[in-house]
Design a protein around this ligand. Sequence first.
Ligand code: SAM
Ligand code: SF4
Length: 325
Amino acid sequence: MLDEYGRSINYIRVSVTDRCNLRCTYCMPEEGVEQVSHSDILSYDEIARVIRLCAERGISRVKLTGGEPLVRRGLPSLVETLKQIPGIEQVTLTTNGVLLKEQMGALAGAGIDAVNISIDTLDQEMYAHISRRDKLADALSGLEEALKYREVKVKINCVPLLGVNEDQWVPLSLLAKEKPVDVRFIEMMPIGYGKKYQGKTQEDILSVLREAYGEERCSSGVFGNGPSTYVEFPGFRGKIGFISAMSHKFCSECNRVRLTSEGLLKPCLQYAAGEDLRTPLRRGASEDELSRLIGRAIYHKPLSHHFEMEEGEGFEEKQMSRIGG
Ligand code: SAM
Ligand code: SF4
């Protein structure tokens, strides 16, 4: 459906849990993580009901995220259910990859269309520093396992952090030269613990990559769920992508809404506002009532974020793992 500014909203990011097996410094605190109680998290049946109604309003792509989605038991069964919903064309996953080796077979069997694996560095010590856990080897085994399933598109996501993983753009991009994966650089957004970090722009990264790999070619076409810009380097098997919400604001083309693990349908990452779907779901609301709430959230999607402002009325205060990144 169209929102009030005429944008076509066809993509939803669904957070299935706020829990995580890593503690990335820009996303979660080391200790004292306030957890949503299990009973407050939407069940798979409740998520499926919401997605069915969203599909009737034109949502065709679902991304499962978190927290770390693979720490929630039985995720492949949710994938299978969502894939059967009329109108849902793609179900994809964003994961840190640590538990992917064990679960990839079941996810592929359930029909997952694509897997994005977040790896900010290929240096073991740096990985342990950023994620506060020594799990790079597990994440890389997860990547290798995912690559065995040719029908599943695999991408790597890296958040470039000033003064932290700056020497990693070239080694990470090398994965796209050697393997059939796209490597994407996601600009740091000032959400939650991310406010303490400064990112790097796509121009900074591109200039480093140009020196290593030569001139890039712009890649045209639609390769994912939305706002990435892709380039190709000579001899590479995969593409290099950039999602730059800060330096290349894409709000006028934004096509997404988010469902938090607690059942809040959020039309924009930066604002705390959204429609609470859990309360009506649990008091037995009709399909019509739920559908109206979903329509209202989509219709009133804010025109744009204001990440350039440090504080503002109604801004999201929660950490990224709780919102669903
Ligand atoms: N645990 C999974 C993972 O790491 O892929 C899924 C959830 S995580 C919140 C989703 C993505 O958001 C990750 O690629 C992570 O690096 C990114 N992320 C977290 N905080 C961010 C921030 N402040 N700005 C930009 N990206 C962020
Ligand atoms: Fe966990 Fe992903 Fe946040 Fe890292 S970015 S702490 S893996 S939810």
